[in-house]
Design a protein around this ligand. Structure first.
Ligand SMILES: [Ca+2]
Length: 197
């Protein structure tokens, strides 16, 4: 039901590729215990940020990611996800990271990131999402409205990690032909509301 809701809402052909995120892509370490390099301070300018990857479908569609050392939100570096010239208007590209779901089982988590989208099309967006994988149990949480082209904005999405989650994939997804700056990602438990006295 969740998958249907996501894809029905976006009504965007390119976004259907995000279903593939449920399978660990190549070039990542699925046994990583905790998310890392969330401020993109590691790595060489111009190369893919360590711990992160662009999934294969996104790469085939023409998206690429690199560390940038200018115009960042925090620290000295950030990531840029760029749509190449061959990207079709309705495609989507994702920068993602995968780690163990075990420490987060049963917890309500919030994924946040500072993002800035540069695009000539007002339809383009940046969406945050996280997905969980496990035996007989998957879940997907998507920031449905997304961030429009403009200044640095903090995006977020929340969801409860299923008890049987083995892996968590966090992703920053850009739809369309823009250029997305990404920085200061966090994945934290949502604190319980104080009980009324
Ligand atoms: Ca940074």
């Amino acid at each position: 039901m969740i998958r249907l809701a996501i894809f029905g809402l976006l009504a965007c052909g390119g976004f259907a590729q995000m279903r593939g995120l449920g399978v660990p892509p190549d070039a990542i370490a699925p046994d990583a215990a905790r998310p890392a390099n969330l401020g993109f301070e590691s790595g060489e300018a111009g190369s893919v940020p360590p711990e992160w990857s662009v999934d294969q479908v996104s790469r085939l569609n023409g998206y690429s990611a690199a560390v940038s050392r200018s115009d960042c939100h925090g620290g000295r570096a950030c990531a840029i996800l760029t749509a190449g010239p061959q990207v079709a208007r309705n495609n989507a590209g994702a920068l993602m990271q995968v780690f163990s779901g075990q420490p987060y089982r049963g917890k309500r988590m919030r994924l946040r990131a500072w993002v800035r989208l540069e695009s000539e099309s007002k339809r383009d967006r940046i969406h945050l999402m996280f997905l969980t994988d496990g035996e007989n149990s998957t879940a997907e949480f998507l920031d449905r409205s997304g961030v429009r082209p403009g200044a640095w904005t903090q995006a977020e999405v929340e969801g409860k990690v299923p008890w049987h989650a083995d892996l968590i994939h966090i992703a920053v997804v850009m739809t369309g032909k823009g250029k997305a700056w990404i920085d200061d990602v966090s994945f934290e438990e949502v604190s319980a509301s104080p009980s009324p006295k």
